[in-house]
Design a protein around this ligand. Structure first.
Ligand SMILES: [Ca+2]
Ligand SMILES: [Ca+2]
Ligand SMILES: [Ca+2]
Length: 419
C-alpha cells in the first residue's frame, strides 16, 4: 500500500506538512545537529564533490526527511547516498549526486534536475530489475503547481539515463497488476482545465502510458492520494479531493488489465462528504476504506460548522456492495478520537460551544455512554474524574465509570489523522 499525503485539510484549514528549511553545505555541513554519526563520513565525502556555497535540498513535500537520503538502489543490501543541492545563485537549477560506499564514499553519478525547487523524491523499481530508480519532482518556483517528474535510472547502463520526464501534480507507485511489478500513476490537475490520471508500465525498455482517465476538473484539488486493495480482490486508487469551501469526495478507481475504471458513476457517488475525510485502512486488514460524515441525531438541525459529525468508514466489495467497517468521532483541534462501536444505537453528541466537553448518548436519552472533558488545568480534580490521557497541552478527563467505554478514547498524533 502506498500512501502519498500531500496536504491535510480539516475544518476548512490547510495544514502543510513540515516547515521550510534548507541544510547548508560546506561550512554549515561541519556542524549539523540532525545528522547521525553514520552520516558524518558521507557528509565529508559529499563536501569533496560539491562546489562551494551550495545548499542541500530537501523535497518540498517531505520536509521531515533528511537532506542526505540513504537508500539501497542496486539491491546489494548496502545503502547508496543520494543528495540534491543547489548553488545560491537564484538562476541555478537543482542538481544531484549519488555516492556508493566502496571502502569509502565515492561519487558514482551526477544528476541534472529540471527546476529550482525539489518538490518530491522517492525511490522505486519501475523497470522490474531489482534496481530502484530515482523519482524526483521539480518546480521552477515555490508557488508553482507546474511540477515535472523525472525518473532516473542509475544502474542499468554505464551512465545514468532518464526514463521518463512528465508534468505532474501528484504521483504514486504501486504493483497493481502483478505481485512486485510496479506501475506508476501520474495525476495532472489544472483547476477548471484538466484532471487526468495516467497509468504507466515498463515495456520494451521504456515506461509507457497504458491508460488515461479524465476526472472532474472543477474540484479544488487533491488532499490525499492512496493506492492499494480497494476490495478483497481488486487493487486501485482512492483519491480524496476537496470540492467547495469544505466539502469533499473520493475518486475510487479500480486498475486491472491495463485499464482504470471509476468505481462509481458521477450521479451515483456515495463518497460525498461535508468536509475532508482521509481514506484509510482503519481496521488494519490491508483493504482501504473511504470515509463519509454522518450527522448524529439532533433535536434541532445545527449549521454545518457546529454539527458534531461522526466519521463512518466503508469498505467496498467486488459485487458492488459495501459495508461499514468503523465509526469514530474525531476532534482534530484537541487531537483525539472516540471509536464508536458498530452495535451502538443511533447517537446524539452534546458538545459545548468551546468544544472542550462532549457527551455521547443514545439519541434522545440522558444516558451518557462516554463523556470527554479537555482541560488545560493540570491540577488534580475532585472525586469522580478519570484521566483518559495527558499531553503537554491538555489533560483529557471523563466521568464515565464504564472502563470499556473509556477505552474508546484515543489520542491522535498531528499527522495521524487518517485512523
Ligand atoms: Ca546498494
Ligand atoms: Ca529498476
Ligand atoms: Ca480495511
Amino acid at each position: 500500500m502506498t500512501i502519498c499525503l500531500k496536504r491535510l485539510f480539516f475544518i476548512g484549514a490547510f495544514i502543510t506538512l513540515g516547515g521550510c528549511s534548507v541544510f547548508h553545505a560546506n561550512t554549515d555541513l561541519m556542524s549539523p545537529p540532525q545528522l547521525s554519526v553514520a552520516k558524518e563520513e558521507i557528509r565529508q565525502a559529499i563536501s569533496l564533490y560539491l562546489p562551494e556555497n551550495v545548499e542541500l535540498q530537501m523535497p518540498l513535500n517531505h520536509q521531515d526527511g533528511s537532506p542526505i537520503e540513504l537508500v539501497d538502489l542496486n539491491g546489494d543490501e548496502e545503502d547508496e547516498a543520494v543528495v540534491f543541492y543547489k548553488s545560491q545563485g537564484q538562476a541555478d537549477i537543482v542538481k544531484g549526486i549519488v555516492l556508493q560506499n566502496n571502502n569509502g564514499w565515492e561519487k558514482i553519478a551526477d544528476i541534472r534536475g529540471e527546476g529550482k525547487i525539489l518538490v518530491d523524491l522517492t525511490f522505486d523499481d519501475l523497470t522490474d530489475d531489482g534496481h530502484k530508480e530515482i523519482l524526483a519532482g521539480f518546480a521552477y518556483t515555490e508557488d508553482s503547481k507546474d511540477y515535472g517528474l523525472i525518473v532516473y535510472d542509475i544502474f542499468s547502463s554505464s551512465k545514468p539515463s532518464i526514463l521518463l520526464n512528465k508534468p505532474y501534480s501528484h504521483f504514486l507507485v504501486d504493483a497493481f497488476e502483478q505481485v512486485e511489478k510496479n506501475n506508476l500513476v501520474i495525476i495532472k490537475f489544472v483547476k477548471e482545465h484538466k484532471n487526468t490520471v495516467s497509468l504507466y508500465d515498463y515495456r520494451n525498455e521504456a515506461i509507457v502510458e497504458v491508460d488515461q482517465l479524465e476526472l472532474d476538473h472543477y474540484i479544488n484539488g487533491y488532499y490525499n492520494v492512496m493506492s492499494g486493495q480497494i476490495t478483497e480482490k481488486q487493487k486501485g486508487l482512492m483519491l480524496d479531493v476537496g470540492l467547495g469551501a469544505h466539502s469533499a469526495q473520493t475518486f475510487i478507481i479500480s486498475i486491472s488489465d491495463d485499464e482504470m475504471t471509476n468505481w462509481f458513476s458521477f450521479d451515483n457517488d456515495p463518497t460525498f462528504k461535508a468536509s475532508a475525510v482521509l481514506s484509510a485502512d482503519t481496521n488494519g486488514d490491508g483493504i482501504l476504506e473511504y470515509g463519509i460524515l454522518e450527522e448524529p441525531y439532533m433535536e434541532e438541525p445545527l449549521p454545518y460548522a457546529t454539527t458534531p459529525f461522526i466519521t463512518v468508514y466503508y469498505q467496498l466489495h467486488d459485487d458492488g456492495s459495501s459495508h461499514v467497517v468503523s465509526k469514530a468521532y474525531y476532534d482534530y483541534e484537541h487531537l483525539y478520537k472516540v471509536s464508536i462501536p458498530l452495535d451502538w444505537p443511533r447517537l446524539q453528541i452534546d458538545r459545548s460551544d468551546d468544544r472542550k466537553r462532549i457527551e455521547i448518548k443514545p439519541a434522545g436519552t440522558d444516558v451518557v455512554f462516554l463523556d470527554v472533558y479537555v482541560s488545560e488545568d493540570k491540577r488534580p480534580r475532585g472525586d469522580g474524574w478519570f484521566v483518559l490521557a495527558e499531553t503537554e497541552e491538555f489533560v483529557y478527563l471523563s466521568k464515565t465509570t464504564k472502563k470499556e467505554n473509556r477505552r474508546l478514547f484515543q489520542l491522535l498524533q498531528p499527522l495521524d489523522m487518517a485512523n
